[in-house]
Structures are given as C-alpha cells and as structure tokens.
Design a protein. Structure first.
Length: 144
C-alpha cells in the first residue's frame, strides 16, 4: 500500500494481519529453576526445570492518510478479532523485517488478547476512523 507521500513497507506481519507503521513490539521469556541443596555444600544450586513459551506484546497506532489506508487498518483489527473467535485460535507466523533483533522477535504464535480502541476526538473519513489504537497479546506455539 502506498500513499502520495510515502511507500509503505509491512513492518510487522502476524498471519494475515499486517501492521505498516507506528508499531512497538516486546518479547518476554521466562525460565524456571528449582533450588536444590547438595549434601556438604553451603548453598543452593539452580536446576533448570523449563523455559516457558515466549510472550509477545504488539501495539500500534494505526493512522490512515486516505480512505484506502483507513479501510486497510480497520480490516487488520477485524482480522485480529476474528482470530480470537476461532475455537481454538490457531497458530500463525509472526515476522518482522530482517533487522536488529528480528530473529528473536519471530516465530509461530497464538493470540491471547487484542484491543482496538478509537481515541477521543478521532475524525471519521468515509465512515472509518482515521486513528485506531491497536494491540495484541501473543503466546509462542511451543510445547511446554
């Protein structure tokens, strides 16, 4: 998608959901240990018991410059909502452009939550809000 002012690049893709810009992503990994004492030792040793699937948080301010962009942004929020309605929600690929920590922030994920909010005072263009604050909580599809 392009506007008359710039060419768009899909910055974050989750399955069929494409977020073009103004996106933040974070990842959380939790490792569990069991403390065990060893006879004759003066301390405890950490014994690894497992690593939990990664959790991802994605948030974006979807702002459209024209009717095509606002319609596209609304379709992404609708697609995330429909994903939450699957029984059970399936796994989809999470990809970013190949820069920086992209390899750490990629994988197969399942949706845990989504929020689509229209900020107070947002203008409507062609029946579609110009700005949508959008976020998703995702969990890595990985055996525990």
């Amino acid at each position: 998608m392009s506007s008359s002012h710039h060419a768009e690049v899909k910055w974050c893709i989750v399955g069929t959901i494409a977020i073009m810009y103004h996106t933040s992503i974070s990842v959380n990994t939790s490792v569990a240990y069991d403390e065990r004492t060893v006879f004759g030792s003066h301390g405890a040793y950490a014994v690894w018991t497992g690593t939990a699937p990664r959790s991802f948080s994605i948030s974006a301010s979807l702002v459209g410059a024209n009717l095509a962009e606002t319609t596209f942004n609304l379709a992404q929020v609708t697609s995330a909502y429909e994903w939450t309605q699957e029984s059970p929600p399936g796994c989809k690929g999470l990809t970013l452009p190949p820069v920086g920590l992209a390899m750490v922030l990629q994988g197969t994920v399942r949706i845990e939550s989504m929020d689509g909010s229209i900020p107070d005072g947002t203008h409507i263009y062609g029946g579609t809000p110009i700005q949508i604050d959008f976020s998703m909580g995702l969990k890595e599809c990985k055996a525990i």
